[in-house]
Design a protein around this ligand. Structure first.
Ligand code: SDX
Length: 426
């Protein structure tokens, strides 16, 4: 591979350096482009633009590879767990037993919210969107941790990461309790990360949540599979906000807002809505796909900017959905509809030609529904899972000392125009 790319524009010809990544990805470094030619690149949606170099997550969209710090997602799904994976993403290697025990201790110790904090939730309407509250509360916890908002040592970063990863779970459960007029349940330090979340969500006075191992494993798997995904929309948001030297909490609160969108993390809830419409009998799977092809609706849970083959997470979740529902004794017709939609779409040239395959959101909601998570909390669970990835990416950018993100534009508005006094306006 040549180490330069030659570009001719008008009467100018320049050589631009070429960067090659550890997996052979090639990038043309255009840092000098505008200075030497006066031109900028144009790439709406940034599908062809590398915003950074990163050592955290590798995706090969054609081969369907997803690796966290080089480890295939299939191995982590099979042999690791969410908290160990969080450490791997943030600190770059699998933790030793001592590191894992220390981190688990921090997560348990920092799980409770602050005295009086639960009153913050009482002001919201019962039907307030959980993602709006989650973003607000992540910013709010920074007010109680301003000393850790810009952690400047490994020790401080480990504590800040633990506080965010632990408290996002406690906040999520409190949002659910408030929305359902249930009393707030304090965390139980004797429980594991996922077990404590389910306890805070579903325990009742005098009747602590009874944990089933298959439920804990299923939710831990979902969180592990969501933990990072290189430069997706919400992670890029965290990086852009962090590039102004905004603190870790504010950057992750912004990531929650980007994730909320139905084209991104909000898709898991849209999938259930779509399956529900078909199940309600208003429309058949074939008719729904016909509407998709007429561009009236999207096939939620399908398609991806990077994967032009199966999303490996979708394959894992598809297998898990069968096992989890069987173990829980849940027979959900929506799963059958999902499988029917997938079977029809994978045989239909409209989807095959556009390389549209199931993504992480297509099956995750069916498992979360079986566990008892309400649909309006699905994207909140996505945010809980993605928190380690946002933290890892924010740290990587901070450690590299990157410049503030400030893209250019191609201006298409009016050329110079004089101010017109109001009397002369039509
Ligand atoms: C996530 O980036 C990440 O890594 C995200 C994520 C992560 O872990 O962070 O993986 C999580 O967000 C997964 C995606 C969840 N979103 C959805 O399921 C919503 C439905 N999917 C689409 O909105 C879409 O596929 C996107 C947003 C995921 C990707 O959009 P792109 O890359 O901009 O694709 P595109 O719009 O250019 O699509 C190319 C063609 C178009 O048709 P034509 O103009 O060529 O005729 O495919 C069509 C699109 O209309 N198309 C779809 C479709 N996805 C693409 N048509 C119907 N249903 C779909 N889902």
């Amino acid at each position: 591979m040549a180490r330069v790319a030659s570009l001719t524009i008008g009467d100018k010809k320049i050589d631009l350096p070429v960067i090659v990544g550890s997996e052979g990805e090639v990038g043309i470094d255009i840092a000098k482009l505008r200075q030497e030619t006066g031109a900028i690149t144009y790439d709406p949606g940034l599908g062809n633009t590398g915003a950074c170099q990163s050592a955290i997550t590798f995706i090969d969209g054609d081969k369907g590879y997803l690796r966290y710090r080089g480890i295939p997602i299939e191995q982590l799904a099979e042999r690791s767990n969410f908290i160990e994976t969080a450490w791997l993403l943030i600190f770059g290697k699998l933790p030793t037993r001592a590191e894992l025990d220390r981190f688990a201790g921090r997560l348990g110790a920092t799980a409770p919210l602050y005295p009086g904090f639960e009153n913050q939730f009482s002001g919201y309407p019962k039907d307030a969107p959980p993602m709006a509250i989650l973003s607000a509360m992540i910013n709010t916890i920074s007010c109680f941790n301003y000393d850790l908002a810009n952690p400047d040592s490994d020790e401080a970063f480990e504590e800040a990461a633990a506080r965010l990863i632990s408290k996002v779970r406690t906040i999520a459960a409190a949002i659910y309790r408030m929305a359902n007029a249930l009393t707030y349940v304090a965390p139980d330090p004797s429980r594991s990360y996922v077990s404590n979340f389910l306890h805070m969500m579903f325990s009742k006075p005098g009747a602590a949540y009874e944990l089933h191992a298959e439920v804990e494993d299923a939710l831990d798997l979902i969180l592990t599979l969501h933990a990072d995904h290189e430069q997706n929309c919400s992670t890029s948001t965290v990086r852009v906000v962090g590039s102004s030297k905004a603190n870790l909490f504010a950057s992750c609160a912004a990531g929650v807002c980007a994730l909320w969108g139905p084209l991104h993390g909000g898709a898991n809830a849209e999938v259930l809505e779509m399956l529900g419409q078909i199940h309600a009998g208003g429309i058949t799977a074939d008719e729904y796909l016909k509407q998709v092809k007429e561009k009236k609706v999207l096939l939620y849970g399908f398609g991806h900017r990077v994967y032009k083959n199966f999303d490996p997470r979708a394959k894992i979740l598809k297998e898990a959905s069968d096992k989890v529902l069987a173990k829980l004794g849940v027979n959900d017709p929506l799963l059958d509809i999902a499988r029917k939609l997938e079977e029809l779409a994978l045989k239909d040239s409209y989807f095959v030609d556009r390389k549209l395959y199931p993504n992480v959101d297509f099956y995750s909601g069916i498992i979360m529904k079986a566990i008892g998570i309400p649909v309006n909390m699905f994207t909140v669970l996505f945010a809980i899972g993605r928190m380690p990835g946002w933290i890892a990416q924010w740290k990587e950018q901070r450690d590299e000392g990157g410049r503030i993100a400030r893209p250019r534009q191609i201006y298409t508005g009016p050329t110079r125009t004089d101010y017109a006094p109001i009397e002369s306006r039509g």
